[in-house]
Design a binder for this molecule. Structure first.
Ligand SMILES: Nc1nc2c(c(=O)[nH]1)N(C=O)[C@@H](CNc1ccc(C(=O)N[C@@H](CCC(=O)O)C(=O)O)cc1)CN2
Ligand SMILES: Nc1nc2c(ncn2[C@@H]2O[C@H](COP(=O)(O)OP(=O)(O)OP(=O)(O)O)[C@@H](O)[C@H]2O)c(=O)[nH]1
Length: 430
C-alpha cells in the first residue's frame, strides 16, 4: 500500500495550510521530518527539517491506525500557508517516497477500511460542496451515517427473514409453525412499505442536493430578462426594447429559503424565420420541460400569448409583468414591476414556498442521489415478487435479491457473512 499525501486545505495563500499523509509509511516520514513522534492525536509545535534545511515551524499531529480518518497510520502537518512552504514540504514528502493522492483517495481508503459506508462517503463529498444551510444539514446527516443506519437496520431485518425462509425450506418436515412461510411474506411486505415511503421522498432530497431548476418563459419582450435581473439583484441578462434579445439560456444561481435554485432566462416564445432565434426557442422549450418550476411571464400591456399559455400546469407560477403600465392582470397571476419593484417581495415569497415544497427539508435522513433511488427501487422490485412467488425457494431468491439491492446502496456486500451469524443463533434441532 502506497503512502499518500495531499494538501487538505485550499490552494493559494492562506494563514495555515494542512498537509495530510496516510499509509504505512506515515510514521516513518513524520519521524524523518520532526524527530521523535509526538503523542498520538495531540498537536505539537515542531520544526520540519529535510536535507539539513528547516522547512517550516508547524503544528504536527500523529494518528496511529486504526484510530484515524482513513483507518491507516496518518499524520497532519499544519503549515504556514504560503505557496513556497507548501511546495517545499511537498517536495520533501516526494523525496521521502510518498505519492500525491488521487482525488477522494483518503475517503476511499476510509471506506475500504470500514470507517464509513458509500452513502456516508457521498455525504462527505456533498458537505464539501454544500452552498446553502439546508444542503449542509442534509449532507452532514448523511456523512454521519444517517442513511447507513437506516439501511443497516433494513438489511438486518431482511437477513432474519431470509434465515426464516431458508429454515422453512430446510426443515419443512420438522415441527415449524405452519404459518412461518406466510409470516415471512407479510413481514417482508411491511418492510417494502417503509422502503417505498423513503423512495417516494427521493426526488426532494435529490433536488436539494442539485438545486431546484426554475425557468422563466414568455413571449418576446414580456420582461423575462428584467424579471431575472430583479430576482437575482444584478444585471445578469441583457435587457432591451428589441423583441428577441435573449437567444441562449442565461442562468443565475440563487438561494431561496436555504435551497439552491438555478434560475434560467430563456428566449421569447414565438414563430420566427431567424435560425438563431428559432434555436433559442427550442432551447427555451427544452428548459420548460426539464424545469421543476416555470415562471410564466405575461406583459400587462399585451394579450396573453398561446405559446406561453400552453405551459400552464401545477408547476407554473403566472407573473403579470410590467404592472406599472396598468392594463388588466390575468386571473391568478402575481402582478410585478421590475422597474418599480412592486410585487417583487410577493413573487419571491411565492417562489420560495414552491421551491421549499419541492426540496427535501425534512429532518429525517433521506435519499439524495439517483444512484440511491436505483438501488432501493431494485430492492422494492424484488420484494414485490414475494407474494406471487409460487415456491419457498423462489421467495428465498427474492429476499436474496432484495439484500443485494440494499448492499449496492451501502457498498457493503456481506450478505453471506451476516447469514452465517444469523444461522449461528438459529438452533432448530441442531
Ligand atoms: N485537522 C483536521 N480536521 C478535520 C478533519 C481532518 O482529517 N483533519 N476531518 C476529515 O475529514 C473532518 C473531521 N473528521 C474526522 C473523522 C474521523 C477522525 C478520526 O480520527 N477517527 C478515528 C478516531 C475517532 C475518535 O477518537 O473518536 C476513528 O474513526 O477511529 C478524524 C477526523 C473535519 N475536520
Ligand atoms: N414599464 C416597464 N417596462 C419593463 C418592465 N420590465 C421590462 N420592461 C421593458 O420591456 C422591454 C423588454 O424587457 P426584457 O426584460 O428584455 O424582456 P424579455 O422578455 O427578456 O425579452 P426577449 O429577450 O426579447 O424575449 C425592455 O424595454 C424593458 O425595459 C417593467 O416592469 N415595466
Amino acid at each position: 500500500m502506497r503512502t499518500i499525501f495531499a494538501l487538505a486545505s485550499g490552494a493559494g495563500r492562506a494563514a495555515v495550510a494542512v498537509m495530510r499523509v496516510s499509509g504505512p509509511g506515515a510514521g516513518a516520514v513524520l519521524e524523518a521530518l520532526v524527530g521523535r513522534l509526538p503523542t498520538p492525536r495531540m498537536a505539537s509545535l515542531r520544526r520540519l527539517r529535510h536535507g539539513g534545511v528547516v522547512l517550516d515551524q508547524a503544528l504536527v499531529l500523529w494518528f496511529p491506525g486504526p484510530a484515524s480518518y482513513t483507518g491507516e497510520d496518518s499524520a497532519e502537518l499544519h503549515l504556514h500557508g504560503g505557496p513556497a512552504v507548501v511546495a517545499a514540504v511537498a517536495d520533501a514528502l516526494v523525496a521521502l517516497g510518498m505519492h500525491p493522492a488521487e482525488p477522494g483517495e483518503f475517503t476511499r481508503r476510509a471506506f475500504l477500511n470500514g470507517k464509513l459506508d458509500l452513502t456516508a462517503a457521498e455525504g462527505i463529498a456533498d458537505l464539501i460542496a454544500a452552498e446553502t444551510e439546508a444542503q449542509r444539514r442534509q449532507a452532514l446527516r448523511q456523512a454521519e451515517g444517517g442513511l447507513a443506519a437506516r439501511h443497516a437496520e433494513w438489511a438486518a431485518r431482511l437477513t432474519r427473514l431470509l434465515a426464516r425462509q431458508e429454515a422453512f425450506i430446510e426443515f419443512e418436515e420438522e415441527d415449524l409453525p405452519s404459518d412461518l412461510d406466510a409470516q415471512v411474506t407479510a413481514d417482508a411486505l411491511a418492510l417494502r412499505e417503509e422502503m417505498a415511503a423513503l423512495l417516494a421522498e427521493a426526488p426532494r432530497g435529490e433536488r436539494l442536493r442539485e438545486g431546484v431548476a426554475v425557468a422563466i418563459l414568455g413571449a418576446p419582450n414580456a420582461g423575462k430578462s428584467s424579471l431575472l435581473n430583479a430576482l437575482a439583484e444584478r444585471e445578469a441578462a441583457i435587457v432591451s426594447a428589441r423583441a428577441g434579445t435573449t437567444r441562449d439560456v442565461v442562468e443565475v444561481r440563487l438561494e431561496l429559503g436555504g435551497v439552491p435554485v438555478t434560475l434560467a432566462d430563456t428566449a421569447g416564445l414565438r414563430e420566427t424565420a431567424d435560425e438563431i432565434e428559432a434555436e433559442g426557442v427550442r432551447r427555451a422549450l427544452a428548459r420548460a420541460e426539464a424545469a421543476d418550476l416555470r415562471l410564466l411571464a405575461f406583459a400587462s400591456d399585451a394579450a396573453p400569448d398561446s405559446a406561453t399559455l400552453a405551459l400552464q400546469g401545477p408547476d407554473a407560477i403566472l407573473v403579470a409583468t410590467k404592472a406599472d403600465l396598468g392594463g388588466t392582470t390575468m386571473m391568478g397571476a402575481l402582478a410585478v414591476s421590475a422597474h418599480t419593484g412592486a410585487g417583487l417581495p410577493a413573487l419571491r415569497a411565492a417562489l420560495e414556498a414552491a421551491v421549499r415544497d419541492r426540496a427535501g427539508l425534512s429532518e429525517a435522513a433521506g435519499l439524495t442521489r439517483p444512484r440511491h433511488r436505483a438501488a432501493l427501487g431494485e430492492t422494492v422490485e424484488w420484494l414485490d415478487r414475494l407474494p406471487i412467488a409460487p415456491m419457498p425457494e423462489l421467495r428465498a431468491e427474492a429476499l436474496r435479491g432484495a439484500l443485494r439491492g440494499l448492499s449496492r446502496l451501502t457498498g457493503r456486500v456481506d450478505v453471506e457473512q451476516v447469514l452465517d451469524l444469523v444461522f449461528g443463533e438459529f438452533c432448530i434441532g441442531k
